[in-house]
Design a protein around this ligand. Structure first.
Ligand code: NAD
Length: 488
């Protein structure tokens, strides 16, 4: 039994982890802290040779990992979760450099570890579908082989572990490909995993934007689990078609929240506002379209502005308990600013925000003030598109339930949606008509390791998490034993 000090790692230098060895590359690159614009420690730029080495180590590791009992695999995941906690403050500080105030970074690490522990409790038992004198028929779920998790920048720690946990628990060998904007925590997590899992079971490679396509093209990879934008998801799916890789696509969202006229504004507005601006709008399941009943629209909007004014934004250096980060990178910052310019051109009305804090001299970094747009038309860009930044449209719901359901479903996206009401029967009646993979009543973005998560329409395909997510890391196999009769 290893002592906790065996799991203390050094956070200075960053390597690829291939076959449980720390590997450097000829070229390196550095991500940028979005609150100070300072470079982070350099990370490897992987080449095709590095990809081949990792895939071949994973392929070699797979048969014995597949045959390792799931209880043992789960136990190692639990050890890994405990080992992360041994390094809690180091991980949280590094995650803060990747673009969050310390409070939010600590929250993410803690949430991710709990999620990992919850994942380790899942089991995929054989399912007996008939058991009679003639035959015994079972359905089995067997791991696929080598799987790759392609991870976005917004929750690099949680979303990466959210792929690794189920992949490895199900018996696959897993390679973690972080976003080039947030590679550092991922490499350290897998460096730690290398102290716990057999060689080749968990590996990580960082690189430039050409790294993802090297994985999607590789013939020895059986599955890509991708989280990112819808346009990139389409490219991933197209690339995977040539080798018929399994794909899970967790893509963009344009979540609706429907607020009925009976809510207690003091209770509901702070929750809804948090659901809109969590991580500065950079959550796939942030509320991105708010439909508020006309009877309470004015009071709701006034209260929301009041609440949002109290939100503290900050970066890695923050010491005042800020929870909301800057926009994570220059590319995304430009997108948010461009969207706001078009909002101005359309003559729409921000009731708060609309300013770039850095330009106003208040803060360095990619800070955009939380912005609320008052009742924009349904066809405006801010209603139709996912901003992935702190701009939220609040739309007046005029008419009955049919009308609000129509408006909420009027999008190509379908990730999450929520209904807020004291009348739970009515809320569920409305929710059941919404086209989204995750429905919430009186809450939003409430995620759990035992609940499947995935999108409708162009928000994705397949699921992460829960038994359905675990099955996504498996082949479905039937096993029939003939007890009498048979052969036609
Ligand atoms: P992105 O699509 O730009 O990148 C995601 C990942 O894909 C990165 O690791 C990137 O390096 C990699 N990548 C880029 N091009 C690739 C290619 N051709 N082949 C393979 N990999 C490639 O997304 P992002 O900007 O990092 O993240 C923001 C988006 O992610 C938003 O749209 C957000 O809604 C979505 N998102 C979805 C979920 C979900 O669970 N549904 C969760 C978080 C974020």
């Amino acid at each position: 039994m290893a002592s906790t000090t065996d799991y203390k790692i050094d956070f200075t230098n960053f390597y690829n982890i291939i076959n449980n060895e720390l590997k450097s590359t000829a070229t390196t690159r550095a991500a940028v802290n979005p609150s100070t614009l300072a470079p982070l420690p350099a990370v490897p730029v992987s080449t095709k040779a590095d990809v081949d080495a990792a895939v071949s180590a994973a392929k070699a590791a797979f048969p014995s990992w597949r045959d390792t009992p799931i209880e043992k695999r789960a136990a190692l995941l639990n050890t890994f979760a405990d080992a992360i906690m041994v390094n809690f403050m180091d991980f949280a500080s590094l995650l803060a450099l990747e673009g969050k105030p310390p409070t939010a970074a600590q929250f993410e690490v803690d949430f991710a570890v709990k999620h990992l522990k919850g994942t380790a409790q899942l089991r995929l038992d054989d399912e007996v579908i008939e058991d009679n004198e003639e035959k015994l028929t079972k359905i089995r779920y067997t791991p696929l082989g080598v799987g790759v998790g392609i991870v976005p920048f917004n929750y690099p720690f949680f979303l990466g572990l959210g792929k690794m946990g189920p992949a490895v628990l199900a018996g696959n060998a897993f390679i973690w490909k972080p976003s080039p904007y947030t590679p550092n925590t991922a490499l350290k997590l897998v460096e730690l995993a290398a102290k716990i899992f057999p060689p080749g079971v968990v590996q990580a490679l960082s690189g430039e934007e050409d790294l993802g396509p090297m994985f999607t093209a590789h013939p020895d990879i059986r599955k890509i689990s991708f989280t990112g934008s819808t346009p990139t998801g389409k490219k991933v799916m197209a690339a995977c078609a040539s080798t018929l890789k399994r794909v899970t696509l967790e893509l963009g969202g344009n979540d609706a929240a429907i607020v009925c006229d009976d809510v207690n504004l003091d209770e509901v507005v702070p929750k809804v506002a948090l659901g809109c601006f969590n991580n500065a709008g950079q959550v796939c399941v942030d509320i991105k379209r708010l439909f508020v009943h006309e009877k309470i629209y004015d009071q709701f909007l006034a209260k929301m502005v009041e609440v949002v004014k109290t939100f503290k934004f900050g970066g890695s250096e923050d010491t005042e308990g800020a929870f909301f980060p800057p926009v994570q990178n220059a590319m995304q910052f430009e997108k948010v600013k461009e969207l706001f310019t078009s909002i101005e051109k359309e003559g729409l009305k921000p009731v708060i925000g609309g300013e770039v804090e850095a330009e106003a001299g208040a803060k360095k970094g990619y800070y955009f003030k939380p912005t609320i747009i008052d009742n924009p038309p349904e066809n405006s860009r801010i209603v139709q598109e996912e901003p992935f930044g702190p701009i939220v449209p609040v739309v007046k719901w005029v008419g009955g339930e049919d009308e609000v359901v129509r408006m909420a479903n009027n999008t190509d996206m379908g990730l999450g949606a929520s209904v807020w009401s004291k009348d739970l029967e009515k809320a569920e009646r409305i929710a059941r008509r919404l086209e989204a993979g995750s429905l919430w009543i009186n809450t939003h973005q409430d995620l759990a390791p035992n609940v499947p998560f995935g999108g409708f329409k162009q928000s994705g395909m397949g699921h992460d998490w829960g038994l359905i997510g675990l099955k996504g890391w498996c082949n479905t196999q039937s096993l029939m034993t003939r007890r009498s009769g048979g052969m036609f």
